[in-house]
Design a binder for this molecule. Structure first.
Ligand code: ADP
Length: 493
């Protein structure tokens, strides 16, 4: 009887489940959204029970659509929205809503802690201190949920990111993996343990923390009455790290970029723990007792700028229209668009930058806007890749996410980076990464080289642009960015 891998891809707005076969082909998908709560401006919460319901339904739908029996599932892998913070009791009952990674409620707390401990935190965790990560969210819960700290000190409270919560409900084990632990801002990525000093700074009782395990090993088996079979849960990684794995980017210097609402760029740095002032250092995964590290740069607005063309100023009907419009011009004709709607992320980190369109003449039309938007996505990506290149040499860019369907964007990306851009056949790289991790642990796949052979390029975009043009275009971009920086301060908004 054929066997399969079930991958759970728990995202920020929906929970998905995908059944893969040995050739990493997708046999069935289930996907359900869950509600977002915004209790105050800048606050974002999820209801853990609703995430669980959506995830269970997704599993059942995927199994049905793939037309397989639960007993045919060789293993389950999990990948998840990272940093989102949850607390529950030993029966698995949530003690508060989850505080989502986007939530800014602890921004002030972090500003204070940063003054004294910014350098310590960066050195120990690889992270630039921010409300984004779990530490301050967990502190907020312990300080604000009535009676929680007392319960936690008595050992009655379990903390975890969403992977940990799902594994707990599936198997009863309280565990996470290295990649997820490295986003809590409580985990020492050098010593590979929860860090006593950081626990003290954030006032976290050690008893609430999950055990940190490899990203590919059996954590436990699904409870009998849950899915109709006792299935090993044996893969766990945060979404961006899972995508890096799903792209088979196993070697140092291999990079993946996910083009979605924003862009997430990760470079595998292998055994090397490298630090940059403008990028995050994180754990890619733990495999067979060893961890691999990664450099990470996030760009907040990329595909969202295309959405703005469509829904905000309504110059296009559909996102793919940008491709034909952009290609109708020979060049950008000096028009640049810096989509700094919410400031600029890596590598600029300027929260006061604002969007700018520059170089407009009487002849400027919507095709220029479309082209400038797609070019901006590519320039922003080069900005991060250049920052990475200072520390590690980079060969090619593997890509995934919605906007990679745009051939103009991919071609221009190759040109402006002067590197090959490679688009894979299987676009579900995040879910696939978790499936690979789970499958490796139970010998469904035997080795990384077997997985490397499964990974297939659908199309390779070779750089064709001459150096002079590339340098001139990129120089224009840098000048445009300079003019966008600090704008909110100038106009005092
Ligand atoms: P997310 O998971 O962040 O919602 P997706 O991977 O679904 O994102 O990608 C969708 C994003 O990509 C949207 O912001 C959309 O504007 C953009 N997008 C989708 N298709 C295209 C296209 N053909 N050309 C340019 N942008 C696109």
């Amino acid at each position: 009887m054929d066997r399969y891998i079930l991958s759970l891809d728990e995202g920020t707005t929906s929970a998905r489940a995908i059944i893969f076969d040995r050739n990493s082909e997708v046999l069935g998908v289930g996907q359900y959204e869950f509600p977002q709560y915004y209790p105050k401006p800048g606050w974002v919460e999820h209801n853990p029970g609703k995430i669980w319901d959506a995830q269970l339904r997704a599993i059942k739908t995927a199994i049905e659509r793939a037309n397989v029996e639960p007993g045919q599932i060789a293993a389950i892998g999990i990948t998840n929205q990272r940093e989102t913070t949850m607390i529950w009791d030993k029966r698995g009952k949530p003690l508060h809503n989850a505080i989502v990674w986007q939530c800014r409620r602890t921004a002030e707390m972090i500003e204070e802690i940063k003054l004294e401990y910014g350098d310590v935190i960066k050195e120990k965790t690889g992270l630039i201190p921010d409300a984004y990560f779990s530490a301050s969210k967990l502190k907020w819960l312990l300080d604000n949920v009535p009676g929680l700290r007392e319960k936690a000190e008595k050992g009655e409270v379990l903390f975890g990111t969403v992977d940990t919560f799902l594994i707990y409900l599936l198997t009863g084990e309280h565990v996470t993996d290295y990649s997820n632990a490295s986003r809590t801002m409580l985990f020492n990525i050098k010593k590979l343990e929860w860090d006593d000093e950081l626990l003290e700074i954030f006032g976290i009782p050690e008893g609430v923390l999950p055990e940190v395990r490899g990203s590919s090993e059996i954590y436990g088996y699904t409870k009998k009455d849950l899915l109709g079979a006792e299935i090993p849960v044996s893969g766990d990684a945060g979404d961006q790290q899972a995508a890096l794995f799903g792209q088979a980017a196993f070697e140092t210097g291999m990079v993946k970029t996910t083009y979605g609402t924003g862009n997430f760029i990760l470079a595998n740095t292998g055994k090397m723990l490298l630090y940059s002032d403008n990028l995050l250092t994180t754990i890619a995964w733990g495999l067979k007792g060893k961890v691999s590290y990664a450099l990470e740069g996030s760009i907040f607005i990329t595909g969202a700028a295309v959405q703005w063309l469509r829904d905000g100023i309504k110059v296009i009907k559909r996102a793919p229209d940008t491709e034909e419009l952009a290609a109708s011009l020979e060049s950008n004709e000096g028009v640049y668009f810096v989509p700094a709607f919410v400031g600029l992320g890596a590598p600029y980190w300027d929260q006061f930058a604002r969007g700018l369109i520059i170089g407009i003449t009487r002849g400027t039309g919507r095709e220029h806007l479309a082209r400038a938007t797609l070019e901006a996505i590519a320039y922003l990506t080069r900005d991060v890749v250049e920052e990475m290149e200072r520390l590690v040499s980079i060969k090619e860019l593997r890509v995934d996410g919605g906007a990679t369907a745009n051939d103009f964007l991919m071609g221009f990306q190759a040109d402006i980076l002067n590197r090959r851009v490679v688009r894979p056949v299987v676009k579900e790289t995040t879910a696939l990464g978790a499936a690979y991790l789970a499958g490796l642990a139970v010998d469904y796949w035997e080795s990384l080289s077997e997985i490397k052979n499964l990974w297939r390029a659908e199309r390779v975009f070779e750089p064709k642009m001459d150096k002079e043009t590339r340098d001139r275009l990129y120089h224009g971009w840098k000048e445009a960015v300079n003019r966008a920086m600090g704008w909110a301060k100038v106009v005092n908004t």
